[in-house]
Design a protein. Sequence first.
Length: 175
Amino acid sequence: MNTTDLDAARLADQLAGAEWQTASSGGTNCVEVTFLDSGMVAFRDSLNPEQQPLLITDRGFQTFTVGILGGLLQGPKPLDADAITATAKNYLPPDWLAGQLTEARWHFPGPESIGVTFLPRGVTVFRGPDSTQEQHVLVFADSEISDFYEGIRSGKFYRRQDLTHSSPAPLALVH
């Protein structure tokens, strides 16, 4: 399913009533996920909930999860000495971010999955499978990504109602 083919009004209604899940244990700086009844999964930044969320299919989320569990989407360690905080990411100079995204190397664990890139200063950026680096992205600090990945590993993100999932295809990192 191509995310650009979704009915905008139906999608807006689903997002307005969405129950967002987070891996955070009390903090408010995190990646949030919701599972929509259209077989789509939405991602957003809890510090910027007014931003348009990224959308992927259930299959794309399954592939993304397997990519995280398999270690395919880990950022460089150790982090830069000048790593940003979750709140400081909102104050990154737009020209710095645009320049970094132009040179970014994107990692997609599958064709319907979220793309991930790692920038200096401990910045991780997500983009949808239908996006380009000049389009909509979500920017996160390393602390937010660490919590999110731990949430994936511990099974905190799941569709509340039963859906039949097919097994994901074998993983190969797509650049």
